[in-house]
Ligand binder design. Sequence first.
Ligand code: DI6
Ligand code: FE
Length: 393
Amino acid sequence: MNRLWHNARLMTLEGRDLGIVEDGAVACEGGIVTYVGPRAGAPNAAETIDCEGRWVSPGLIDCHTHLVYAGNRAREFELRLEGASYEEIARAGGGIVSTMKATRAASEDDLVAASLSRLDALIAEGVTTVEIKSGYGLSLEAERRQLRAARRLGEERNVAVTTTFLGAHALPPEFSDRDAYVAHICDVMLPTLAAEGLVDAVDAFCEGIGFSPDQVARVFEAARTLGLPVKLHAEQLSDLGGASLAARYSALSADHLEHLSEIGIAAMAASGTVAVLLPGAFYFTREEKRPPVAALRAHGVPMALATDCNPGTSPLTSPLLAMNMAATLFRLTVDECIAGFTREAARALGRGDIGTLVPGKTCDLAIWDIGEPAELVYRMGFNPLHARIWRGQ
Ligand code: DI6
Ligand code: FE
């Protein structure tokens, strides 16, 4: 079935800015975009949809989430309000490990049910592709359950799910030695889950309370052997040189980056590694050091944005609020915020088939009730989505 959306103002995201086309049209056939441009040149279609002058952008892409988990950390939030730090709570056995316990106790059905409401919140704001990490199971069986639940979410809803294995997120209680756990990840967990088709990419938490650069390098070697792309939680709480390490492995992205150095920035620029900025985690943990946005810009490092939806540091399910935070807290421009959830997010996932409106790409659209693009970034807690199209439907 071919369709044509017309009488639209387009943000194609083609090129370096928003790629605006006034009085535009988008045509699709079989879920693939066949035309983007002025209405005057649009082909005929079996079905035409009048957008009544609304703005149309690519569907949003949330390229970094930990959406699948059980329980919540509201109590830990209260402890932090009383003065405890995130690292203190983690070292005292709270933090990631407390979510691990709840997640291990949940069935696959429980995980799907608990995660659907979070996924629906993203979808309601125009998300058409979401990356979901494991990392709250921390055993072969429980990581498998998390990844399977993530895949199932993509069957329950009209949304594309891409999965990332984050076994190296925290040390599970069965292990007292981080090196031994890393060996188990490399020799058993990752190869098994990859063979089951559950892993699209591999991530790790490179941090004092997580894993050292040497340990992460071992995980990346195992990923390379399996032909899987890598990404990294890097320089969130301290500078361990994670971004440079990620760049050495041609990582798709390095994420967080508040404590990123000039050396790390130069390495990312050279390898084409995307900087994924996560203002929700910055805000929620009351981090005081901002990611070096001006230097990333100066070096031409592409910047993506994501919610980092997770129970501990970013219980955020609003890409639009994340854009507002990125502008207000990190001084990103409106164009950078919108590109961060479309074109650059696609790049952070290594996906050439989504993220811009160009013939040949997947027809994922968000249609907005706004007067100008800045309105997407400017509002807080208001959702102007008029309609969302996934694969042409
Ligand atoms: N960094 C984060 O912000 C999340 N994971 C990570 O490596 C937090 C995960 C959590 O606290 O549950
Ligand atoms: Fe994260």
